[in-house]
Structure formats: C-alpha cells, structure tokens
Design a protein around this ligand. Structure first.
Ligand code: FES
Length: 106
C-alpha cells in the first residue's frame, strides 16, 4: 500500500492508503477528500481535480503532458509551479509518503 496525505483547502489533512494503479483523483474520491470534484471523471477536461505537488514530487512524477499543461491554464484556482491534474497521476510506490495540496480558490 502507498500512503498519501492530502492537505485540504481548509488547512486540514487527510491520510489515505492506495493500491497501485489508481489515479490520485480516484484515491481522493474513494476517500471523500474535499476539494476534488472530478467533473470529467478523469478525462483531463475539467480542471476540478487540481492539486499542487512539492519539488520532490515534481522530480519523481512522469512529465506533464501537453494536454494537461494546457488544461491547467484554465483551472479555477490559480496555477502554481507544482500544479497538476490529480487524474493524470498514477499512484505507485514512488509516491509513498507523499503530501499533496488540494488547489483552492483565493
Ligand atoms: S477529473 Fe477532470 S481534469 Fe481531472
């Protein structure tokens, strides 16, 4: 199991255990993590699964695709250097212990 902690829009935390193969978005939905809506159900078309990853994760994760990069320019919450769509991040052992912040509107 891979342990991932979400930092919630209200500043709280929610720790989740994931099986490999899920997306980070699916993990959030399974655990009722507030702030991940996923209107397009993982098609990288809505931006409502926006999260911010820290520098250590940026180096670990697969590179952002051109489509994901374009979509992140249209999210409701402001884009940040670590912005990603959680539906495009697959959970695997490299993410064990990761802390991911849910993007929130200013
Ligand atoms: S669920 Fe819609 S962009 Fe990720």
């Amino acid at each position: 199991m891979t342990e991932i902690t979400f930092i919630l829009p209200n500043g709280g935390e929610k720790a989740c255990s994931a099986s490999e193969g899920l997306s980070l978005m699916e993990l959030a939905l399974q655990n009722s993590v507030p702030g991940i809506v996923a209107e397009c159900n993982g098609a990288a078309a809505c931006g409502t699964c926006h999260v911010i990853v820290d520098n250590t994760l940026i180096d670990i994760l697969d590179p952002i695709s051109e489509h994901e990069n374009d979509m992140l320019d249209f999210t409701t919450a402001p884009r940040e250097p670590g912005s990603r769509l959680s539906c495009q991040i697959r959970v695997d052992g490299r993410l064990n212990g990761a802390v991911v912040r849910i993007a929130s509107e200013m």
